[in-house]
Design a protein around this ligand. Structure first.
Ligand code: GLV
Length: 324
């Protein structure tokens, strides 16, 4: 008999095919994630769970699933929605999809940086509204990249990929990452500095840390005040790294110049949220990894982790687990 698994949404076919070939799969059919009661109901008795960042996987879910649960496979690199401690305590391995989404996410961070610096969305709206009447010497002026300073907070895989792109745009690169060596930073032309120095000196600040207790609210009322009044903040990491109320205040009072966000807190951001009415805030719906190739690879890796887990083999792409 094939192992039973619950897949919390339809994932790209490449991964689904693999899952269906090896497992008896219950696949959540809706576009929206299962509501909590449905999640608790559908995980009951499964051997494996393939989930997305939209599901909170905690003790309650593990209890609802039961002691036969052998693996949690998340189709994402970040796993802040999963209680790793609880999984480790039960000996349940957790899989994720690192590496394959590095370039796509760095591309999006750079797209947001350029869009905010050169006011692309505002300019496109201006044309759409029929306001383009002549070439204007002083309209829609933005910021130069060449010669400016980019501050990268979190110089892991994605932070480094952003640094590689930045070199081609003649940006000076500062980085803050307590886990990174000066040599590793130098390999992507970045210089390691304190968080305070990075915020004071950067024209663009881009976030690439995981969400942890250390990084939650890292960009807040106090740290925003260290930034230049013209600075642009880019977040393609996780929404709660930024204190959103403090960001609204900073954008409306000129403490910083603009923000471009792929992630918000909460997600989705409510349509009446003040950030959505600010001309200097650009928000897209968590699409960092949303390219066809990347999502196919993520689905394949998630399927491989799931199958290995239900078959009792080591996961090919495991999340490092905390000591249980
Ligand atoms: C997406 O946000 C991911 O962590 O892969």
């Amino acid at each position: 008999m094939k192992p039973k698994v619950f897949v919390t949404r339809a994932i790209p076919e490449a991964g689904l095919k693999l899952v269906k070939a090896h497992c008896e799969a219950d696949i959540w059919p809706d576009e929206l994630p299962p509501a909590r009661p449905a999640l608790l109901e559908r995980v009951r008795g499964v051997d494996g769970l393939l989930c997305l960042i939209t599901e909170r996987i905690d003790v309650e879910v593990l209890d609802a699933a039961g002691p036969q649960l052998k693996v949690i496979s998340q189709m994402a690199v970040g796993v802040d929605n999963i209680d790793l401690q609880a999984a480790a305590a039960r000996g349940i391995p957790v899989g994720h999809t690192p590496g394959v989404l590095t370039e796509a996410t760095a591309d999006l961070a750079f797209a947001l940086l350029l869009a905010a610096a050169r006011r692309i969305v505002e300019a496109a709206d201006y044309v759409r509204r029929g306001q383009w009447r002549t070439w204007g010497a002083t309209i829609l002026l933005g910021a130069d990249l060449s010669g400016a300073t980019l501050g990268i907070i979190g110089l892991g895989r994605i932070g480094k990929a952003v640094a590689r792109r930045a070199a081609g745009f003649d940006l000076r690169i500062l980085a803050h990452d307590p886990g990174c060596t000066p040599e590793a930073a130098a390999s992507v032309n970045a210089r390691l500095v304190s968080l305070e120095d990075l915020l004071r000196e950067s024209d663009f600040v881009t976030l690439h840390t995981p969400l942890t207790e250390r990084t939650r609210g890292l960009i807040n009322r106090d740290t925003l005040r260290l930034m230049k009044p013209t600075a642009i903040l880019i977040n393609t990491a996780r929404g709660p790294i930024v204190d959103q109320a403090a960001l609204v205040e900073a954008l409306t009072t000129g403490i910083i110049g603009a923000a471009a966000l792929d992630v918000t807190d909460p997600e989705p951001i409510p349509p009446d949220h003040p950030l959505l009415s600010l001309p200097n805030a650009l928000i897209v719906p968590h699409i960092g990894s949303a390219s066809v190739w990347t999502r196919d690879q993520m689905a394949l890796m998630a399927a491989e982790n799931l199958i290995a887990g239900v078959q009792g083999r080591p996961l090919p792409h495991p999340v490092p687990m905390p000591p249980s």
